[in-house]
Design a binder for this molecule. Structure first.
Ligand code: C5P
Length: 392
């Protein structure tokens, strides 16, 4: 898609850089139209490098090619992030005194804005009225979130997280083929406590699970994300239940699965936990040179859910494996889906620099008979969409 990202002059412009990046990584042709004030907050070279296109800001550049309307006419989608109170007022009034105003007025593409300003400005009746005007015209307003603002203050007005903005924006133009479906996604990696300050964990960041949750919500699903120790911010646009250990994940997942149409177990779950959790910090002075830990097996949540699933409920497991050989990896997956009894298994190779904690992923999805039904490679968002296409 040809997507115009309008960046206006608020400090949140530095975060809008990640909106540009995520849209490019998702395979879109991104054209940044920045106001002069936006370029005081974030440099043109940064935006050009990330968008891989020239950044436009001057109304009187490219006059011969009628650029003030051409950019908007070519756009399939326009996202303004951050949208300052001033820009929102200008959009509500239909002003065209800069390139962004012209671009938006000359476009029939859906418009998504992510407001960012101090709480007082957001709550000012003028801004509230302008937002109502824009909504009544079909503009999608993402956020703002409640949280820490630029100064010492906190409250509503903080720009939504870039991933949430991207998901909401793509949802406006994407398929709505999961409306009415309740989808439960687990994400992250469990931590098994040894004592009050230590745990045994894994390197899963939660990115793939979050991408799945956001992509499913964008397609209209009612999503619950059970999040185990995420390394990145949890999305604000889906319901999030936070857990720590495998036993906590098991409880939360079993509860939520009862009413879910689909369960996607993307979390990396510890197979074993310490048999005894020390009440106080384990001291090396009392242990000597060797510390023996006895681990006991955790319940297999995926297997358990597959055994009790309702007719029609779809259960998807993940298999993160370090096997380098593709054929052997597939065989491991086939054996695993037979053991677990789920409907589909998403197989991905993980390692020191693969799969876990990265922005991209390569997966093979097999069904219960071991047949490959999806092969996908790319950003975790695009991989999510391939998995959800299968589901839809
Ligand atoms: O057996 P393995 O850990 O490789 O299986 C991975 C899949 O099983 C993942 O979907 C993971 O979320 C799930 N799992 C589970 N309970 C466990 C271990 C893994 O649900 N105790």
């Amino acid at each position: 898609m040809n997507i115009v990202v309008g960046i206006t002059g608020g400090i949140a412009a530095y975060k809008a850089v990640n909106v540009v990046r995520a849209l490019v990584l998702a395979g879109h042709d991104v054209h940044v139209v920045a106001t002069e004030n936006a370029l005081r907050f974030v440099g043109r070279p940064t935006l050009e490098a990330l968008s891989r296109n020239l950044v436009h800001s001057d109304l009187y550049e490219g006059v011969a090619e009628v650029r003030h309307v051409a950019i908007g006419q070519a756009a399939d989608l326009i996202v303004v992030a951050p949208a300052t109170a001033n820009t929102i007022a200008k959009l509500a009034g239909g002003f065209a005194d800069d390139l962004l105003g012209n671009t938006i007025l000359a476009s029939t593409a859906p418009l998504v804005i992510a407001p960012a300003m101090h709480t007082e400005m957001w709550q000012n009746p003028a801004t509230a009225h302008n937002i109502e005007v824009l909504r009544s015209r079909g503009v999608t307003v993402v956020g703002p979130a409640v949280g820490q603002l630029t100064g010492k203050d906190a409250g509503p007005g903080r720009m939504s997280e870039p991933d949430d903005i991207v998901a909401a924006a793509l949802a406006v133009v994407g398929p709505r083929d999961l409306v009415g479906k309740r989808i439960l996604v687990t994400a992250g990696g469990t931590r098994e406590p040894l004592d009050p300050v230590r745990f045994i964990g894994n390197r899963s960041s939660g990115r793939q699970g979050i991408a799945l949750a956001l992509a499913a919500a964008a397609r209209g699903a009612d999503v619950t994300l059970i999040a185990a120790n995420l390394e990145v911010a949890a999305p604000a646009s889906v319901a999030v239940v936070r857990v720590g250990s495998t036993l906590e994940l098991a409880d939360a997942t079993t509860d939520a699965a009862a009413s879910a149409d689909v369960v996607i177990m993307a979390a990396a779950v510890a197979d074993y936990r310490p048999e005894v959790v020390a009440e106080r910090k384990i001291k090396k002075e009392q242990q000597g040179d060797v510390l023996d830990l006895r681990l006991v097996k955790n319940p297999d949540i995926l297997k358990g859910l597959s055994e009790i699933r309702r007719p029609g409920q779809v259960i998807i497991g993940f298999a993160a494996e370090t096997e380098p050989d593709a054929a052997a990896l597939l065989e491991l997956g086939r054996a695993k889906i037979a053991r677990k009894g789920c409907d589909y298994l998403v197989i991905n190779r993980v390692g020191w620099s693969e799969g876990f904690a990265t922005e991209s992923n390569t997966v093979t999805v097999i069904d219960r008979s071991g047949v490959t039904v999806v092969e996908a490679s790319g950003t975790k968002t695009s991989v999510s969409d391939s998995i959800l296409d299968l589901l839809a």
